[in-house]
Design a protein around this ligand. Structure first.
Ligand SMILES: Cc1cc2nc3c(=O)[nH]c(=O)nc-3n(C[C@H](O)[C@H](O)[C@H](O)COP(=O)(O)O)c2cc1C
Length: 332
């Protein structure tokens, strides 16, 4: 067992988090993550309405009696999202941990804190992490350039971003991006983090509500199999490399291209139907990180969590002490 500021602050057995994942972070996965002793986040906006989120929280509680949280991703959208109503459902349903991401969590913090909800804000730069801490969040999740999703525009990998953030933050730090193993956990702890957050590793689990073909493709893929898209539109994202994401990158590179030129290819509905639903891994744009190069099996969440913790313990207890040179004998 590891005991860190994360495990103490949030009352979770292991310093492992499954971050919010649109279309993947449902009760099936999050309940299994919680039962494995890690912290999972239902993704609020995967549910079409605040009422549906309430029902999903009930479904997750049927699967686990362990703590779990809800991710609230705040992004500009064409159709306005009733963020306040999602927030109020989170509070009314008695959720005690929230992961915010995307935009500024400030409008929601007073209500969350008044209700006793702890807020972890996911940031992709040291300056945004510091800003979140100043706003009063309870922990910061810091996503390095390796990550799936939106790594921001600075392109700073975790090896630098994690210690740079840990150096200036007082709140617990959760490291994410490209982590899938016990070695990654130990490395993150060594860099000053108190826990790690993983997305792609938890996609390749038996409980993730996506087609088997996607899980098998993650195992088959290497660290090279990602594609950066949307950089030209100021919204850099890392997704799995396939014919669709490569085509998006090509079209986006044309002079004068706009998001409208690739919207049909990048559509989340298309990925949910073709990729996650039908298992056609070339049928849409789907999200995965460089961590694909570290994932060798599809396993259940309990096994994933157990193996990561066991590997991390063995590294700390057996491998690392061996590097310490014996103390020279002191002369009287
Ligand atoms: C399929 C998928 C969907 C994701 N959707 C979201 C999301 O809706 N909101 C969010 O804050 N992060 C999202 N993420 C990012 C993850 O929460 C996490 O920060 C990231 O996956 C960490 O990097 P890793 O994949 O290398 O472990 C998503 C990641 C994946 C793989």
């Amino acid at each position: 067992m590891f005991s860190t500021r994360f495990t103490e602050t949030f009352g979770i057995d292991h310093p492992l988090v499954c971050g919010g994942m649109t279309a993947v972070g449902t009760a099936d996965l999050v309940g299994a993550v919680a039962n494995a002793g890690a912290l999972g986040f239902l993704t609020a906006l995967t549910q079409p309405t605040p009422e549906a989120l309430a029902a999903e929280i009930v479904r997750c509680r049927d699967i686990t009696d362990q703590p779990f949280g809800v991710n609230l991703t705040i992004l500009p959208t064409i159709t306005p999202v009733p963020y306040d109503e999602y927030r109020d459902v989170i509070i009314d349903m008695g959720i005690t941990i929230v992961e915010t991401a995307g935009g500024n969590p400030a409008p929601h913090l007073p209500r969350f804190h008044a209700a006793g909800v702890k807020v972890i804000h996911k940031a992709v730069s040291v300056r945004h992490a510091r800003k979140a801490e100043q706003l009063g969040v309870d922990a910061v999740s810091i996503d390095g350039f390796e990550c799936a999703g939106h790594p921001g525009g600075d392109d700073i990998p975790g090896l630098v971003l994690i210690p740079a953030a840990a150096k200036v933050l007082d709140v617990p730090v959760i490291a994410s991006g490209g982590i899938a193993t016990g070695a990654g956990l130990v490395a993150a702890l060594a860099l000053g983090a108190d826990a790690v957050n993983m997305g792609t590793r938890f996609m390749a689990t038996t409980e993730a509500p996506i087609h088997e073909n996607v899980k098998r493709q993650i195992v088959a893929n290497s660290e090279l199999d990602t594609q950066i898209v949307f950089r030209e539109f100021g919204n850099t994202a890392r997704v799995a490399r396939n014919t669709v994401s490569v085509e998006i990158a090509q079209i986006s590179g044309h002079e004068g291209a706009t998001f409208d030129d690739v919207a049909h290819l990048a559509s989340g509905a298309r990925a949910r139907a073709n990729v996650y639903g039908e298992g056609d891994v070339e049928g849409g744009m789907w999200w995965a990180s460089q961590a694909q190069g570290l994932i060798d099996d599809v396993a259940d969440c309990a096994t994933v969590v157990h193996d990561i913790i066991a590997e991390a313990q063995s590294i700390v207890a057996e491998r690392l002490p061996g590097f310490l040179a014996p103390q020279p004998a002191t002369t009287a």
